[in-house]
Design a binder for this molecule. Structure first.
Ligand code: ATP
Length: 244
């Protein structure tokens, strides 16, 4: 991998249920301090890629069967998920998955299971998301979709990640809220130096905040480049930005 890379996937192959080949030799690279967008249509394998990076595949009858994943210079291909969190990565899963019956504060504390210094971390999250601070004793199940997405991101931050991975943060949100959430992602990157890998179907928004992008189809990367290059690419315009 090039110098300064935080995350690298090298020819990763993933098989579900011993038979279905979902990632077919996928390679991608996330430089330290950048926002990288992973784009592609339904079923391309984007979520599977994040699961392979996070160490979540063994529990879903899927497995990495070839290739390697390197994080901060360490080969983590066979490391278990909690250890990967301790190494400094955090995944914000699709559909938010907040604990509906717990309060905001309890949800956030639950994200801190690798840290001793929970009170400081809570303060930082509340400082960044003042809305969450105002509502800290409210039960998460009654929050709006945008508030739940904020909470899910806040919870992922409680693990103090170097790399934040987000699976479809815009899913189900109205355009103004999508803009707000991507604004937070950009600020986390610029103000706190957080490296971000974001999976999105909303290619337009993702390429507005990202430094680089990858486009995947059927388990492989078919196109990569700077966000500016991708925004100008005729195929991307036609198939992903609806400008054809
Ligand atoms: P989406 O945007 O719809 O979530 P995606 O690009 O994230 O799509 P994946 O969710 O990674 O794609 O799925 C890639 C392929 O793997 C799909 O064909 C899907 O049906 C299959 N798949 C995903 N999870 C499993 C599983 N647990 N067992 C078997 N097949 C699976």
């Amino acid at each position: 991998a090039p110098a300064g890379g935080l995350l690298a996937l090298n020819n990763v192959e993933v098989i579900y249920d011993d038979v279905i080949l979902v990632l077919r030799g996928l390679s991608l690279f996330v430089p330290d301090g950048e926002i990288v967008a992973l784009l592609g249509s339904n079923g391309a394998g984007k979520s599977t890629t994040l699961k392979a990076v996070s160490g979540l595949l063994p529990s879903e009858r899927g497995a990495v069967t070839d290739g390697s994943v390197t994080f901060a210079g360490t080969d983590i291909t066979t490391m278990d998920a909690p250890d990967r969190v301790r190494e400094g990565m955090s995944l914000c899963m699709e559909g938010r998955h907040v604990f509906e019956h717990l309060t905001i504060a309890e949800n956030l504390t639950a994200g801190a299971y690798t840290q001793k210094n929970t009170a400081d971390d809570l303060d930082l999250v509340y400082e960044f998301f003042p809305k969450l601070a105002d509502m800290r004793n409210r039960v998460a199940g009654y929050l709006s979709g945008g508030e739940q997405q904020m909470l899910a991101i806040g919870r992922a931050l409680m693990a103090r990640p170097k790399l934040l991975m987000l699976d479809e943060p815009s899913l189900g949100l109205a355009p103004l809220l999508v803009q707000e959430i991507f604004g937070y992602i950009k600020r986390l990157n610029q103000e706190q130096g957080l490296t971000v890998l974001v999976v999105e179907q909303n290619a337009r928004r993702a390429l507005e905040v990202a430094d680089r992008g990858y486009i995947m189809e059927q388990g492989r990367i078919v196109l990569e480049g700077s966000a500016a290059e991708l925004r100008e690419n005729p195929d991307v315009k036609e198939f992903y930005l609806g400008l054809g």
